[in-house]
Write a protein that binds this ligand. Sequence first.
Ligand SMILES: *Cc1c(COP(=O)(O)O)cnc(C)c1O
Length: 226
Amino acid sequence: MDLDILENLKRIRFDIEEAKAKYRDRDDVIRLMAVTKTVPYQRVNLAVGEGVTLLGENRVQEYLEKKDFYDKSAEVHFIGHLQSNKIKYIIDSVKMIHSVDSVKLAAEIDKQAYKAGVVMNVLLEVNIGGEDTKSGVSPESLRELVYETGELKNIRVKGLMTIPPLEESEESFYKMSGLFSDLKSEHFENADMEILSMGMSADYALAVKYGSNILRIGSGIFGARK
Ligand SMILES: *Cc1c(COP(=O)(O)O)cnc(C)c1O
C-alpha cells in the first residue's frame, strides 16, 4: 500500500495552512509541487490522485521515460539544471522552466519556443548564498538579466526561484523576498513578477512565511530517495 503518500500530503498541507494562517493573506494562492526525481510514475500518479496539480522534473532523460505514463491532469514544470541541447525535448510539454540563470540559456529556450510555436514561462534562478557549487545568477546581476531576457519574445519571465545554502534557509528566504518585492515594484516590458519558487521538504513552512507561492517538495511526499 502507498498510504505513506496520503499521510505525508496530509501533514504537509496542514503545515502549509498553519503557516499561511499566521503569515499570509487569506486569498494568497500557494501551490504545492511534487518533485518526482527517482520516483516511479505509479507513485507520482497517486499524489496526483490526491489532488497534487503540479509536478517538478529535474532530469530530461528520466522525464522523457515517465511522461507518457503520468496522469494528464497535472501540469509539469522543469526545475533542474538544463543543457541547451536538451531544451527541444521538453519545450512542448512543460508549462514553465524554473532554472534560467543566463541570457545564453534564455536565448536558447527562446529559439526552441519559437520553433515549437509556444511562449515559454521561465523563472530566473538566483544563487542567493553566492555558492560556487550552485547554479543561479548572483543577486547583483539579477536586474540586468531581467532586462536582457525581456528582449526575447518567445519566453516570458514570471518570477524567481532559489535553492538556499544548507542551514541558511531563513536568511536566504528573507533576502529573496526583498529582491522579489523590489522587482515587483518596477515595470518591465516583458516580465511579470508573480511567482516566487522556494521551499523544499526541510523548509517549506519557512518559505511560506517569506512569500513563496510554489513549494517544491520531493522526499517529504514520497520518502527518502534511494
Ligand atoms: C530535489 C529538488 C527539490 C525537492 O527536494 P526535497 O528535499 O526532496 O523536497 C526541490 N527543488 C529542486 C530544484 C530539486 O532538485
